[in-house]
Design a protein around this ligand. Structure first.
Ligand code: HEM
Length: 488
């Protein structure tokens, strides 16, 4: 056992932990932790009941933990019994502890489903989504009664549902999946933390919460199981005819196809159960839709606020179109658009959708920055603070895509943080987001097409307000509204 102390932090009361939790709402967590970092330094300990949370805001400490000692910091904490039920005994990528199950599930998503040659096969799904988004925006562009985030959510759900089940669903069906999934995500994120505190007592006292969580899970099962089953049929000879006759409705290959092939060697080589398949599909939507829609909203908000940035981007779009025979922005063209890439990177630095990475846990007690990190501690890394570090980023609150171009402080930045961490909107190390590549592709493709189609202008008397609010991700407190003028 290490003789080193725990990282510093405010005094805690036995059993209860730090009273800060009782006085403040968890949506305030970021400002609470920022204040504590000012007092105690870049590594701080807080207690909630018997749970020990260690917050890290420094990029060197983050690099040391996630890269240098990557294996030691690569696990996830066991949460509460209700989380265990929802995640079917932690059989999802994001909740599995560091080990062979996690490796199999993660390799399936990152190395199999999202490998670059396979991603190309999904380009028809992306084109369909961009067309759907244009159509929805044309309808609602100037009516100003529906915030854009709703349209972005619908587009991202349509795309990920198509990628997941391999079937193009109608708007009503996608909307049902979207609202069930968003309700579940918000509820699980906000209301279940209480069960970490005296579990036997809180389960009894908060029975309504417990039951609501289970009923949200059941709603997901009702929606996803028939879609999984129909893909199971399509994979067999029985489904071949339907696939051929409706070729434009079905993708040749989807996430569920890959999940249906997985076998778990540590569990007698069995296939995944239907409940596990539902949990993994739910995770796919949780991880990939809200994060991307939130990023999209921040990008478009900054483009409305900074008209000169939008003009430069529009200029780049016109240039690539002029040098091609196409009237559309296609995926190959994105490679010739450095300014577009800089806009997306700058938005991810300035407004990372997840201010903190998912909770990490250490596989055994270790030391970091001269302190002990006990085995059962929850380790929380702040992506938001690192992206705003003044030692790296000049005037970090300013939106300046130019910093990612030649001569800028972000030129050639490695977003995976392997050599050095300057920003980490997707995390770093072994648990880095496996959707990083596809998320960047979705953002670049959709932003380019939306700016190509419309000029995004502010509405008189309604300044774009960059205030933040923690929901599942960190969103705009006042959702973006703008005037869309179709380009000639
Ligand atoms: C702009 C979009 C996205 C952002 C900002 C984002 C960000 C993140 C972050 C910060 C983490 C936690 C990393 C850690 O704990 O160290 C994460 C994990 C994860 N992300 Fe993403 N993500 C995005 C899109 C996606 C997409 C599109 C998918 C799937 C197609 C995805 C799948 C996952 C999964 C499965 C994990 C858990 C990884 C693990 O525990 O090994 N994400 N993401």
């Amino acid at each position: 056992k290490s003789q080193l102390p725990l990282p510093p932090g405010p005094r805690a009361i036995p059993i209860l932990g730090n009273l800060v939790w009782l006085r403040q709402s968890t949506s305030n967590i970021h400002s609470i932790v920022r204040d504590l970092h000012k007092r105690y330094g870049p590594i701080v300990t807080l207690r909630f009941g018997s749970r020990l949370s260690i917050y890290i805001s420094d990029r060197h400490l983050a690099h040391s933990a996630l890269i240098t000692h990557g294996a030691a910091f690569a696990s996830r904490p066991k949460q509460t019994t209700i989380h265990e039920i929802i995640n079917v005994n932690y059989h999802t990528i994001s909740t599995a502890t560091y080990g062979s199950l996690w490796r199999i599930l993660r390799r399936n998503l990152a190395g199999e489903f999202l490998q670059p040659s396979r991603v190309k096969l999904l380009s028809s799904a992306r084109k369909w989504t961009a067309d759907l988004l244009k159509e929805e925006l044309s309808k609602s562009g100037n009516s100003n009664d529906k915030p854009f985030i709703e349209t972005f959510h619908l587009a991202m759900f349509s795309l990920l549902v198509y990628m997941c089940f391999g079937k193009r669903l109608d708007k009503g069906h996608v909307n049902a999946i979207k609202s069930t999934q968003l309700d579940a995500m918000l509820y699980f994120a906000r209301k279940l933390g209480i069960f970490a505190f005296m579990p036997m007592l809180t389960k009894y006292l908060c029975q309504n919460r417990w039951n609501k969580a289970l009923s949200l899970c059941n709603m997901q099962k009702e929606l996803y199981k028939p879609l999984i089953e129909s893909r199971r049929v399509l994979k067999t000879k029985r489904g071949e005819d339907e696939k051929k006759t409706n070729a434009d409705k079905f993708l040749k290959y989807c996430y569920v196809d890959t999940l249906l092939d997985i076998r778990l060697p540590d569990e007698g080589g069995r296939l995944l159960s239907d409940d596990e398949l539902v949990a993994l599909c739910g995770e796919f939507f949780t991880a990939g839709t809200d994060t991307t829609s939130t990023a999209l909203q921040w990008i478009m908000a900054e483009l409305v606020k900074n008209q000169e940035v939008q003009s430069k981007l529009w200029h780049e779009i016109q240039l690539v179109l002029a040098n091609s025979n196409s009237e559309e922005i296609n995926e190959e063209m994105l490679e010739k658009m450095p300014y577009l890439k800089a806009v997306v990177m700058e938005a991810l630095r300035r407004h990372p959708p997840a201010h903190f990475l998912l909770d990490h846990a250490v596989t055994h007690e270790c030391t970091l920055g001269g302190y002990t990190i006990p085995q059962h501690a929850w380790v929380k890394f702040s992506a938001a603070d690192i992206g705003m570090n003044e030692e790296i980023w000049k005037n970090p609150t300013e939106f300046k895509p130019e910093r990612f171009l030649e001569g800028g402080e972000g030129e050639g930045v490695d977003i995976t943080g392997t050599k050095e961490i300057k920003m980490m909107p997707f995390g770093a190390g072994r648990r880095i987001c496996p959707g990083l590549g596809i998320a960047l592709l979705h953002l670049e493709y959709i932003v380019a097409n939306m700016v190509k189609e419309f000029e995004w202008r502010g509405i008189e008397g309604q300044e774009v307000d960059l205030a933040e609010k923690l929901e599942f991700t960190v969103v705009m407190k006042k959702p973006l509204r703008a005037q869309l003028i179709p380009r000639k």
